[in-house]
Design a protein around this ligand. Sequence first.
Ligand code: L34
Length: 283
Amino acid sequence: MIISGTELAKEIKQDVAKRVAEYKVEYGREPHLVVILVGENPASVSYVTGKAKDSAEVGFKNTTIRKPDTISEAELIELIGQLNEDRSVDGILVQLPLPKHISEEKVIEAINKEKDVDGFHPLNVASLWQKLPCLLPCTPKGIIKLLDKAGVEIAGKKAVVIGRSNIVGLPVAKLLLDRNATVTIAHSRTQNLAEVTRQADILVVAIGRAKFVTADMVGEGAAVIDVGVNRDPESGKLCGDVDFEACKDKASVITPVPGGVGPMTRACLMENTIECYLNNIKK
Ligand code: L34
């Protein structure tokens, strides 16, 4: 069974749109999401365009601020400071990666925690790992929703996450752990990786290499979640970290690329923006 992220994202966005219409009547304005894009990276441009499109679809105000990659770290942090102060701004997202001369850490830290729709701020991350209320990062949150939608049991299962980034690998492992899975975090240097991944009831792949996961790495009946968005070196088409055609018959459920985790990331961003908006408006 192929789990459609596009379908589930559509349902989530319909629900968000309904809530936005109600909140507009109750509070007199719509949620406002500001997305900052530095430079011209084509993948980033595409993701940011998707975020603006989804924002329009659910009835948010969206401001996309584009800055050249010559912007200094100080200028970018100054801009974030202004947006932090602006009461009419509910959510601030700085699209990653940033040019090398800008510290992503410093930039993320500059965003007011209350407006951190990504859930990347160190205080948000700390809350997540301490089981305190927090904004969940969009991609990991979307992955759990996909598993739930597909009816995949998480509690008591063996989950293997390939990848240990702050954005996906680490937080998704934590969310699976919180749902009582037994979690292994593997990576490119894991010895006998196929032996490890074959044991997985749930396999989440976020390593960023085209078709990295081959059929021999997937156990019979596993749920396979593909977080990768790569270009197939041969066809030039978008493809995931999982060799979909080779793995789909072994998996009980599998996410496609495109149309899997990507749209869910954006839908969860819409939910997070509502959370920030409600906190902001009730202050
Ligand atoms: N600050 N930076 C910040 N927040 C994020 O949450 C992200 N991420 C990752 C990169 N940098 C970020 C995203 O938005 C990755 N990411 C993302 C978002 C959306 C999609 C993919 C990655 C997406 O919509 N993917 C579509 C295909 C899009 C295309 O055609 O290029 C899909 O169906 O998978």
